[in-house]
Design a protein around this ligand. Sequence first.
Ligand code: NAD
Length: 245
Amino acid sequence: MSVPPELIERLRQAGHVVVFTGAGISAESGIPTFRQAQRGLWARYDPQELATPGAFRRRPELVWSWYAWRRQLAARAQPNPGHRALATMETRAPRFDLITQNVDNLHQQAGNARVIELHGNLRRSKCLDHEHPVPDWEQLPGAPPACPVCGSLVRPDVVWFGESLPATAVTAAIAASQSAEIFFSIGTSTLVEPAASLPFLAAAAGALTVEINPQATPFSSQADLVLRGPAGVILPQLMIAAWPG
Ligand code: NAD
């Protein structure tokens, strides 16, 4: 696939580049998207039923063990060429914001210094009742431990279905999207609200919007440019075209 020359030129000249990512960018690192995750041992569990506060209260061992499995997958995974291209992009753009829905920490591992985490991070834990941050420990399947401060159950520090997103991250993501000159929507189905609104906000505020995804999404028809294919292939091509050598 060749990168549109218009995009190369705009990327070189842009003062503010914003990238918004979803589970698809980590697919090439071996981390399944929710739609792909219906395999193997966990195939009979629906993420929409496990990733909720109610599910954790009803079946803490099951939910904690599902997260222990996801955390292990993420801990073994390595950033792929798509993540690495975005780490380089951060060093080239005068102003750069990376907004992610992912909880796998792979952007940070690739070298992106400032990541707006909309849905938390699998590496962190907090307690259920008071959100006391609980220092990192190995998350093993089985019963969740108790908070050392208040004794309530420890849970992953991620946003579950039905919970609000962290206000600071949302404010930063909206501000970045509305002032972007170029806005990339990468590897996200743009179905999970409120994050899914960000590409539309950027488009309404006048950014050049670019979708990178092998499949069509509800945003595809509004994007200025659509690059169909895997992010791990397209992003390195784009970076080489914009900044050869
Ligand atoms: P999603 O599962 O709804 O959609 C994934 C999108 O990625 C799809 O549109 C798919 O076509 C696309 N895709 C697949 N392979 C790709 C590739 N190689 N390159 C580019 N795109 C590719 O994911 P979502 O939109 O992020 O929303 C689901 C929710 O699931 C989010 O809230 C997210 O927090 C959570 N989640 C996160 C992870 C992770 O941290 N890696 C994994 C699974 C789910």
